[in-house]
Design a protein around this ligand. Structure first.
Ligand code: E4P
Length: 218
């Protein structure tokens, strides 16, 4: 399963890319707004740091303008994935850009029917938002399971399931168990994946015993 980082913070991306765990990046207009920086500059900079897909979202809502925006974003770097919302205009844009060989990430997916439409439109990625479904007392991970089942029924549906709106490590583990292709995680969740109190306790005990030997490996 691939790990994407869900942030537009270049400092965080550089820091985490150094761990070798970052296969791509997702951004959205809210994440870009938080940086206070120019959108096109941020996307271009992220694309230089990370080799994998970097999602950059269109902000128009009509087909013609979305297409123009999408084409402009795709020219920033070879690894840009144009992100479009799950609307009819978004799906039309997805189809046109995908036919041109551009990676498209269809975002704001909240139902299996929507995921099916995105796959038929040629999306490279579908982004189901599990955390926002959990927020309204719906089973976010249940959606991932349903999409996995649907896509697996048809060889022609090659869209990758990119689990989004991830809030905690359990979402990551469940995504892996369900066979999701990608999870996009906030930096804090990626960092939390390594934590285990028994690792900390065990390391402290080993180091304490080693200190008693008075030895050094170097
Ligand atoms: C990623 O592509 C999404 O935009 C993001 O995961 C949304 O997360 P949120 O629900 O925490 O805003």
């Amino acid at each position: 399963m691939k790990f994407f980082i869900d942030t537009a913070d270049v400092r965080e991306i550089k820091d985490l890319a150094a761990t070798g765990m970052v296969d791509g990046v997702t951004t959205n207009p809210s994440l870009v707004a938080k940086t206070g920086r120019n959108f096109l500059d941020v996307v271009a900079e992220i694309c230089e740091i990370v080799d994998g897909p970097v999602s950059a979202e269109v902000t128009a809502t009509d087909f013609e303008t979305m297409l123009t925006e999408g084409r402009k974003l795709s020219k920033l770097a070879d690894n840009v994935a144009v992100k479009v919302p799950l609307t009819w205009d978004g799906l039309k844009t997805c189809k046109t850009l995908s036919d041109d060989g551009i990676l498209v990430n269809v975002t704001l997916c909240f139902s299996p029917a929507q995921a099916l439409l995105a796959a038929k439109a040629g999306a490279a990625f579908i982004s189901p938002f599990v955390g926002r479904l959990d927020d309204i007392a719906t089973d976010g991970m249940g959606l991932i399971s349903e999409i996995r089942q649907i896509y697996d029924n048809y060889e022609a549906l090659t869209t990758e399931i990119l689990v989004a709106s991830v809030r905690h490590p359990r979402h990551v583990i469940d995504s892996a168990k369900m066979g999701a292709d990608v999870v996009t995680v906030p930096p804090s969740v990626l960092r939390a994946l390594i934590s285990h109190p028994l690792t900390d306790k065990g390391l402290a005990a080993f180091l304490a015993d080693w200190a008693k030997t008075g030895q050094s490996i170097l």
